[in-house]
Write a protein that binds this ligand. Structure first.
Ligand SMILES: O=C(O)CCC(=O)C(=O)O
Ligand SMILES: [Fe+2]
Length: 209
């Protein structure tokens, strides 16, 4: 975890990008898991995530193609890996191809889960902007204790990989009125989570005759 990794100017700029991504072509939405609407809203880049798979089109929203993952996010991801002490050869190979960008309104939360829809086990990283949250980081065996509750504030970077890559984690709560002035958000929290899926596009199926 690197507190205050993003400058206020970077945070504001990222919130501006978030607003553009959220407008579409696949608009931001709350996904449904087993028929229950999540309280977190999300929009994707690179690959569209719907519980529990990735696709290039948002079949569960409007069928539109997902926006590409911008190169600057790949570079930001590599710099994050470098600055969290990962070896140079891992940094060079790190090519995130999906971002799940989440918006937590006050009252939103994210249950304990593993990020295991990726084929690749390269680290996942989360960037926080806006209101602070309690981020619960647990163990790889169960969604219950032992876990550690961290406070992630606007600008913080959190990276999990290696032995922790499949650790259960979640966001039990957002802390009201904690977004710093000048971060670009007055209410709620945006998290940008970068992943390297290891997925490739499958060849087009021949049209049925
Ligand atoms: O909001 C966060 O920092 C984490 C989100 C998360 O765990 C996910 O998108 O899989
Ligand atoms: Fe996650």
């Amino acid at each position: 975890m690197l507190p205050g990794w993003l400058t206020p100017a970077q945070q504001t700029w990222l919130v501006g990008q978030f607003r553009i991504w959220a407008a579409g072509p696949v608009p931001i939405r709350a996904a449904s898991v087993h028929g229950h609407r999540m309280s977190v809203q999300s929009v994707c880049l690179g690959w569209h995530w719907q519980p529990y798979r990735y696709s290039r089109h948002a079949d569960d929203v409007n069928g539109a193609a997902v926006l590409p993952l911008p190169d600057w996010l790949v570079r930001l991801g590599r710099r994050a890996l470098h600055e969290t002490g990962h070896p140079a050869e891992h940094v060079a190979r790190y090519t995130p191809d999906a971002a799940l960008v989440n918006f937590y309104d006050i009252g939103a939360h994210l249950g304990m889960h593993q990020d295991h829809d990726e084929v690749c086990r390269a680290p996942v990283m989360s960037l926080s902007i806006g209101d602070a949250c309690t981020f619960r980081f647990g163990n790889t065996a169960t969604r219950t204790k032992p876990y550690t509750d961290l406070l992630l504030r606007s600008g913080d970077l959190f990276v999990f990989g290696g032995e922790s890559r499949l650790a259960y984690h979640g966001v039990p709560r957002i802390h009201l009125d904690t977004a710093p002035a000048g971060c670009g958000l007055t209410v709620g929290r945006v998290s940008i989570t970068l992943r390297m899926t290891g997925l490739t596009d499958s060849p087009e199926k021949p049209a049925p005759r």
